[in-house]
Design a protein around this ligand. Structure first.
Ligand SMILES: Cc1cc2nc3c(=O)[nH]c(=O)nc-3n(C[C@H](O)[C@H](O)[C@H](O)COP(=O)(O)OP(=O)(O)OC[C@H]3O[C@@H](n4cnc5c(N)ncnc54)[C@H](O)[C@@H]3O)c2cc1C
Length: 382
C-alpha cells in the first residue's frame, strides 16, 4: 500500500521543520568536522526517512516516486551531505533489494533498513570501471554454499557507515556484461573491510570510501536476482534513482534562489540594492525559469514511474537536466553574492562545490546523453 497524499503532506511538513530547526543550524559544524552527528541520523530514522523507498509491508513509508521526489526536494534544500547519506540509502543502497530481492532477502534486510538500523550502499565502481561498468574486475567464485569475492571497489557513498551493500562482481568472465552478478554483502561477512576514505571537493559529512573484498565469503542465498543479471540490475537500480537525484537538485536550487533574492534586495551598491539592476533581476529570473522547468519535468517523470511506464530516456533527461540546472543556478548564486559568494562563511559557496558532483555520479552527463541518443535512435526506428 502506498502513502496517501494527506500522510505525505504531514511528512513533508515534519521534514521541513526538522531541516530548518535541526539540520541547517549544524551545516557549518558538519562541513568543518566532515561528519554528520549520529543524533541527526537517529532523528531522521525516527521520522521514517530511511524507509522512503521501502514498501509499508516491510516497515517503510512506501511513498512511490512522486512522494520520494517531494521528500528529496525538501531534504535537498539543506546541507547536501545529509541528503547524500539518506538519498544513497533510499536510492541505490536499497532499491536493488526492493526490486530484485526474493521474499527471504526482503524479510531479512528491508525492515532493518527501513528503521535505519542498517544503512545501505551500492558498490559498482572500481579503479578501472567507472562509466564502463562492464569493465569491473572484482570476482565471485562459487565454492560449495558460498561465493568467494576478491577485488576493490572505490568511491562508495556510505561505505564506512553502511551495513548492507549491493555489490556487483564477475562470476563468468567469458560472458562479459552477462557474466556479472549482484550480491547482498553484510559488513561483518568474513574477508570484507573498508579501505581509504576519500578527501573530496565537497559533500563533506557524506563519506566516500573503498571497499576491500579479500576472500570475502558471501552465502549463495545472498545472490540478488539471478546469476549473470548483475549488470542489468545495476542499470535498473541507477535508472530508478534518477528522478530522486534531480529532486535533490531542485531543492538546492530553490534554496539558492531564496538566499540570492534576499541578498540582492539587501546588498547596497551605488546607493541602491543590487536588485535594482536589471541584470541581477534577470539572473534571478533565469534561476526561476530553470527551476520551474525542472520541477515540471521531475514530477512528470515521477508520475510516469508510479504508473509503471518505461522511462529510460526520460530518467536520463531528468538526471542530466537537474544536475546541470543545479550547476547553473549555483554559479549565478555565487555571482549575485560577488566576493562574499566565494567565502567559506557564505553558504552559497558550499552549494557551489556540492553541486559539482551531481553531474558526475550515478552516471555522468555524457553517459546520460549516450542513453538519450540510443533511445532516440530506437524510437525513430533507425
Ligand atoms: C562523491 C562520489 C560518490 C560516489 N558514489 C558511488 C557509489 O556509491 N557507488 C558506486 O558504485 N560509485 C560511486 N561513485 C562513482 C561514480 O559513479 C563514478 O565516478 C562515475 O560513474 C564516473 O566514473 P569515473 O569516475 O570512472 O569516470 P570515467 O568513466 O573515467 O569518465 C571520465 C570522463 O569521460 C567521460 N566518458 C567516459 N566514457 C564516455 C563515453 N562512452 N562517452 C562520452 N563520455 C565518456 C565521462 O563522462 C567523464 O566526463 C561516486 C563518485 C563520487 C565522486
Amino acid at each position: 500500500m502506498d502513502l496517501s497524499t494527506e500522510e505525505l503532506n504531514i511528512i513533508l511538513q515534519t521534514v521541513r521543520t526538522f531541516m530548518k530547526k535541526e539540520v541547517e543550524p549544524l551545516a557549518e559544524k558538519m562541513e568543518e568536522e566532515d561528519e554528520i552527528p549520529r543524533s541527526l541520523l537517529d532523528k531522521a530514522a525516527e521520522m521514517g526517512l530511511f524507509g522512503i523507498s521501502i514498501p509499508q509491508e516491510y516497515g517503510g513509508l512506501g511513498t512511490g516516486m512522486v512522494g520520494k521526489a517531494s521528500i528529496f526536494q525538501e531534504l535537498g534544500k539543506g546541507p547536501n551531505c545529509f541528503i547524500s547519506v539518506i538519498g544513497c540509502h533510499n536510492g541505490i543502497g536499497s532499491v536493488g533489494i526492493v526490486m530484485e530481492g526474493n521474499e527471504e532477502q526482503k524479510e531479512r534486510y528491508l525492515p532493518k533498513m527501513a528503521s535505519g538500523e542498517w544503512i545501505g550502499a551500492f558498490a559498482l565502481t572500481e579503479a578501472s570501471a567507472g562509466s564502463d561498468a562492464s569493465a569491473i574486475k572484482t570476482t565471485a567464485v562459487r565454492k560449495g554454499d558460498k561465493y568467494i569475492l576478491n577485488g576493490t571497489k572505490q568511491f562508495i557513498t556510505n561505505g564506512d557507515i553502511a551495513h548492507v551493500f549491493t555489490v556487483m562482481a564477475v562470476t563468468d568472465k567469458s560472458k562479459g556484461a552477462k557474466g556479472i552478478t549482484s550480491f547482498i554483502v553484510e559488513r561483518d561477512f568474513p574477508g570484507f573491510s573498508i579501505g581509504k576514505k576519500e578527501v573530496k571537493m565537497g559533500l563533506r559529512g557524506s563519506h566516500t570510501t573503498e571497499l576491500i573484498f579479500d576472500n570475502c565469503e558471501v552465502p549463495v542465498e545472498n545472490v540478488l536476482g539471478e546469476e549473470g543479471r548483475g549488470y542489468v540490475n545495476a542499470l535498473k537500480i541507477l535508472a530508478n534513482g534518477r528522478a530522486g537525484l534531480a529532486a535533490r537538485c531542485l531543492g538546492s536550487c530553490e534554496k539558492l534562489l531564496e538566499i540570492s533574492l534576499t541578498y540582492a534586495t539587501q546588498r547596497v551598491q551605488f546607493g541602491k540594492p543590487i536588485f535594482e539592476n536589471q541584470i541581477i533581476q534577470h539572473y534571478l529570473a533565469n534561476m526561476a525559469i530553470e527551476i520551474e522547468a525542472l520541477r515540471s519535468l521531475i514530477y512528470d517523470v515521477a508520475r510516469k514511474v508510479d504508473n509503471g511506464e518505461k522511462v529510460i530516456k526520460e530518467a536520463a533527461i531528468v538526471k542530466a537536466f537537474g544536475s546541470e540546472v543545479y550547476g547553473r543556478v549555483a554559479d549565478l548564486a555565487v555571482q549575485i553574492h560577488g566576493g562574499m559568494g566565494y567565502m567559506r562563511e557564505c553558504e552559497v559557496e558550499r552549494y557551489y562545490r556540492d553541486a559539482r558532483i551531481t553531474r558526475i555520479y550515478e552516471g555522468t552527463s555524457e553517459i546520460q546523453r549516450n542513453i538519450i541518443a540510443r533511445q532516440l535512435k530506437k524510437e525513430y526506428g533507425l
